[in-house]
Design a protein around this ligand. Structure first.
Ligand SMILES: Nc1nc2c(ncn2[C@@H]2O[C@H](COP(=O)(O)OP(=O)(O)OP(=O)(O)O)[C@@H](O)[C@H]2O)c(=O)[nH]1
Ligand SMILES: [Mg+2]
Length: 293
C-alpha cells in the first residue's frame, strides 16, 4: 500500500476563488430539508463560490415537493432519482455532476453545523491538505449522545470504536472518525477512481480509497448533535454493519488508479471550475432496488 503523506500532493493550492461543490443526499427529510439547503446557500465564505447538488430519491413524505422549490435556483442542481438506492448511491450520482475544485459531502438532517465549513476548507484552500474530515470525537466524551436513548447510545458508540479499530488496523491509519459525514477533498483526488458502494459503506469506500492513494485525511473537530432512529436516522442496526466489514476488506485489496504524480499540474481554470470536467470519473452501479427502507 502506498504510504499516506502529510500535506498536499499537488504543486499548488486550488486557484482562488474556488468553486465548492456541496453534494447533499436527501430522502424523507421533510422536517429538515429546506433548512439544510437554505443554510448551505446562505454561507458567505471568502474566495468560495458554492454550487449545491441535491440528490433526492422520490421521498414518500413530501420532501420531493420541498426540493422542487429550488429547481430554478441558479446555484442548485437538482437530481431526481426514481427510488431510494441508498446514501452512497445518491452521493455517487451527485459527484458525477460536481464541477468545483473542492467537494464536500453534506447530509440534510442538521446533525452537523455548516458553521464548520470555513475550518474544513481552510487547509485545502491554502494548500496544506487535500482531504479533511470533520471529527465528531471530543476526547473524554461519547461520540453520540441520543437523548432519552441511553442503551442505544451505548451500543452505537461501542460499535464506533470496534469499527474504528478495524478501519485503522486494516489501512494502517490513526484516524478517530473516518465515518463522519464531513468529507472534504480536492476534486482531483477522485479523478479516475471508481466508486461502487450504495449505502453507508460509501463512507468506508471513499476514505479507504483516498488513503490508499496517499491522501492522508486531516481531522478537524466539528460540532455534532446526533439524532435518534425515531428522528429518521436511516442507518440500519443489523443491515449496515456487515456491509462495513465487507467494505473494509474489499477496498483494501481492490484495484486503484496509479497514485497521482505530484508534478502533474492542477486542471482548474481561473474561475475555479474544472477546466475539463471528467463526467465519468465516478462510475455509477445501478442499484438493485430500494435499499433505504
Ligand atoms: N437521496 C437519498 N438520500 C439518502 C438515502 N438514504 C439516506 N439518505 C440521506 O443521507 C443522509 C444521511 O442519512 P442519515 O440517516 O442521516 O444517516 P445517519 O444514520 O444519521 O448516519 P450518520 O449521520 O453518519 O450517523 C441524509 O440526508 C439522508 O436523507 C437515499 O436512499 N437516497
Ligand atoms: Mg445523519
Amino acid at each position: 500500500m502506498k504510504a499516506a503523506t502529510r500535506g498536499s500532493r499537488f504543486p499548488a493550492p486550488p486557484a482562488h476563488p474556488v468553486t465548492l461543490s456541496v453534494v447533499m443526499a436527501i430522502y424523507n427529510e421533510l422536517e429538515t430539508a429546506a433548512t439544510a439547503i437554505d443554510e448551505v446557500l446562505a454561507l458567505d465564505i471568502p474566495d468560495v463560490e458554492i454550487e449545491l447538488i441535491v440528490v433526492e430519491s422520490n421521498s414518500t413524505d413530501g420532501t420531493r415537493a420541498v426540493v422542487m422549490g429550488y429547481a430554478d435556483h441558479p446555484r442548485v442542481e437538482l437530481i431526481l432519482q426514481e427510488a431510494p438506492l441508498g446514501k452512497g448511491n445518491a452521493v455517487r450520482d451527485g459527484l458525477r455532476h460536481a464541477t468545483g475544485g473542492i467537494i464536500l459531502i453534506q447530509d440534510a438532517d442538521l446533525e452537523y453545523s455548516v458553521d464548520d465549513y470555513p475550518k474544513l476548507l481552510a487547509p485545502i484552500m491554502d494548500g496544506s491538505a487535500d482531504f479533511t474530515l470533520g471529527c465528531r470525537h471530543v476526547p473524554g466524551q461519547p461520540i453520540r449522545v441520543m437523548h432519552g436513548k441511553r442503551s442505544v447510545t451505548a451500543v452505537v458508540n461501542a460499535a464506533h470504536w470496534v469499527f474504528l479499530g478495524l478501519f485503522n488496523s486494516t489501512y494502517r491509519t490513526h484516524l478517530r472518525d473516518p465515518f463522519t459525514m464531513y468529507k472534504v477533498f480536492r476534486s482531483e483526488c477522485i479523478e479516475g477512481v471508481e466508486f461502487v458502494a450504495n449505502r453507508f459503506d460509501f463512507d468506508w469506500e471513499l476514505v479507504a480509497k483516498l488513503v490508499r492513494l496517499g491522501y492522508e485525511p486531516l481531522e478537524l473537530p466539528v460540532q455534532y448533535t446526533a439524532r435518534t432512529f425515531a428522528d429518521g436516522k436511516k442507518v440500519r442496526f443489523f443491515r449496515d454493519p456487515p456491509t462495513w466489514i465487507w467494505a473494509c476488506l474489499r477496498y483494501r485489496f481492490c484495484k486503484l488508479p496509479r497514485p497521482r504524480n505530484e508534478s502533474v499540474g492542477v486542471a482548474f481554470g481561473d474561475d475555479g471550475h474544472l477546466s475539463h470536467p471528467h463526467p465519468n470519473r465516478v462510475v455509477s452501479q445501478p442499484g438493485k432496488g430500494p435499499v433505504s427502507d
